[in-house]
Structure formats: structure tokens, C-alpha cells
Design a binder for this molecule. Sequence first.
Ligand code: DLL
Length: 434
Amino acid sequence: MFFNEEFETLPRVALEALQLKRLQSVLERIYSNVPFYKETFDSNGLKPSDISNLEDLQKLPFTTKQNMRDSYPYGLFAAPMDEIIRIHASSGTTGKPTVVGYTKKDISTWSELMARSFVAAGAHKGDIIHNAYGYGLFTGGLGAHYGAEQLGASVIPISGGNTKRQIMIMQDFGSTVLTCTPSYSLFMAEEAQAEGVDFKKLKLRVGIFGAEPWSEAMRHEIESKLNLSAIDIYGLSEIMGPGVAIECIEAKKGLHIWEDHFIPEIINPETGERLPEGERGELVITTITKQGIPLIRYRTRDITSLTYEPCICGRTHAIITRMSGRSDDMLIIRGVNVFPSQIEAILVGIEGIEPHYMLMIDRQGTLDTLTVQVEVSEHLFSDEIKVLQALARRVEKEIKDMLGVTCTAKLVEPKTIQRSEGKAKRVTDNRNLQ
Ligand code: DLL
């Protein structure tokens, strides 16, 4: 089953011809509309017309999250603000988020690609889609919502949280498709069990899970606990949001990336060189239809591999394998993206503690937990316990307020956190997601 059969099954030659045409047009557009790209082209002695085939894409420099940060908030937009109808944002490496804007056409493309993704995952018109991705600046909620409507399914815009109510609604409303992060689905299963609700009696048939790394082992656990078929969905706000790539239910082996809108490449994250088909490296994506904020060779930092082998589902679009990590230090804790540098920036601003810290991430049951160990200043350490407790609560509150992540702060004696002689190791991740 397809949502847009013609485009999802375009023969390779036609697909590549379409990519080139769209690439050339987006290059012209950004050269005239985005000063950052004009300068990048000019300083490399390039003109959009120098790109005469898809291989030439490699002549162009990468775009990074840092470039987006430098042009905060709207500097990379290629459309005037009166054509931008939606703004989303995700965590940047410091306190400032990465901002993206969508024109009307961008929202309609995104809706179509999400609708395609739903169909690839085995959903259809008539399904009741229980959308527990968060609604807000995060792209998960609204992305899945618009796609579900485009498909013509009934969408329940429940968003995240209030798990008991989620389970009641799933039961009473007869939800057939669940969309949320994989870890949240397992938490739901646990809560349901505690409430005496048997997932086997629910109507759920398919779960579409993404926004954080998960493993094959976790897929099996989810499938057996929730009694549904679990599908991996990938995306990132900078490129669009959810629905950049999705597994098909027929093969469930890797994710089709919608190549009529995105050109994927895999590079060696150290050298930037393009890697051959099948080799693992960092995924780089060029958007070829976006109007609001087109990005050329955007470094996703996600590690995967790419193959063009035909798939039994009939889709001709390339397949990326399950993400196996990141080439930077971004952590995803309960679906929230966090950079250690953001936590550091908060700690540095709090009187009475030192900027020596260690982040410990564990998985208790199905939920991620974050513990921030941080050293107290000498002059405070001998102070009464009440003062220290108040300080710990302040650290927790500031991290929650600024980053949206719940953590436990553990204050430790001065000079007890190991100092490093090279690259500091500030994170211990015990979740074992591979
Ligand atoms: O997480 C978009 C999304 C929403 C995708 C709902 C899927 C479902 P960001 O908040 O910008 O956007 O985070 C993007 O999350 O670069 C990956 O590191 C990670 N990520 C997303 N999907 C997957 C996945 C949304 N299926 C970052 N497997 C990306 C592993 C994923 N990591």
C-alpha cells in the first residue's frame, strides 16, 4: 500500500533526474535569498550553475548546527517572514534553541510525507491514531497530527504525559495506532499492567516510534508487551521533523528516506569524505523542496549506513539502517535533546557550586533517569545540611526550567570528581541502547 504510489515507486533514473532538477532550483533560491549561502558559495568560488549533476553536490560545504546557531533565530530562512506560517525549535548546544520555519507549502509537504510514512507503517484511513508525541515547539506532535489528518485517519491529539488517562482513552476510544517515543510506550505498558489493563485486549495494531535511539531488543520487548507491530520512524527538526524516513511494515529492515525531497549522503565524521554504499558513518541530508529553511548538506550527527538495494515493499527510495549513535555528545533523555554544555552553562551560573560535574544516565524500568553530580564550593561544604539541600533543589529546578529535563542533583565534596588530562569524560550512560 502506498500513499503516493507514483512518487514512492519512481524508477531510480527518474528519481535522480527529479532530485537534480529540484537541487538546482533550491540552490538558485538560497543563493539569492540567504546571505549565509551566498557568502559560502562565493568564498568557495562556486555558483549554483556549477552543480550540473548529483555528484557535484560534494563540491558544496556542509551546513552545521553551529551555522544555525550563528544565524539565530531567522538568519537562514529563505522565505520572507510573511510567508512563514509555522515555527518549531529544538535544543541547540547552548541555551538557545535551533529555530526552523515552514511556509504553507512546507507544511503541506511535511503532511504528505508523514501520511506516506503512516501508510508505509501499515496505517490507513479509518485508523484511530493515538498521538502521544508532545505538541509544542517539538515537531513530533504536530508533525504526526497533520500527517494523520492528511491520511484521513482519526487523530487523538493526546500529547505526552498523564499516562493513566492515556490508557483509559486508548481503551475507550479504540485506538488502533500508537505514536510516541519507544521508551514512553514501555512506560505505558508498565502503567497498564499496574492498572490491570491487558494490552492484548486493546485494539492497537501498529506503533510508530522514534525521536530517540532504540534497539532491536527493545522492539521485541515493545511488540510483546503492547501486542502490536513496532515501526521505527526518523526525523529531525532542522530537516523537517518526523517522517524524514520510516520503516515499511513489509520488510521492517531499515528506513526508507523520502528521496524526492531529501538527498542523503554518508560521510566519515572525522574527514568529511563521502563513504560508499553500506558503510557506516554520519548521515548528511540536503533538502531539495523546502522553502522556509532549505539546508544544504546538513550534518545530522546521526550514525547510520545507506543502501539502494530494492525492497520487497516496492518503494524505490534508499534505505538507512537503524541509527546507532551520534558523532557528537548530544544526549536524548526521555525524548528531550540535551547537550552536556547546556547543563554546564546552568551549573556555572549557580553560586556555591563548582563547574566540575558528571552526568549519569540510567534506565530504571523503562524510564531514563539523569543524575547530575556536582562539586560544592569549599566555603559551602561545611555548611548545614539544609543549605546544601536547598542548593541541590535549585540545581534540579534550574535544569528542569531551562531544559525541560527532570534530574536528581547530588552534591559531592570539593575535588572529588575525577579531573581529566585530556578530553573530559562528563557522561556515564548506562542505558545500553545498542
Ligand atoms: O525527534 C523528530 C521526531 C519526532 C522524529 C517524532 C521521530 C518521531 P528533534 O527533536 O530535532 O526531532 O531530534 C532529532 O533525534 O537527530 C536523532 O539523533 C534523534 N532521533 C530521531 N528519530 C530517531 C530514531 C525529532 N528513530 C534527533 N532513532 C535526531 C534514533 C532518532 N534517533
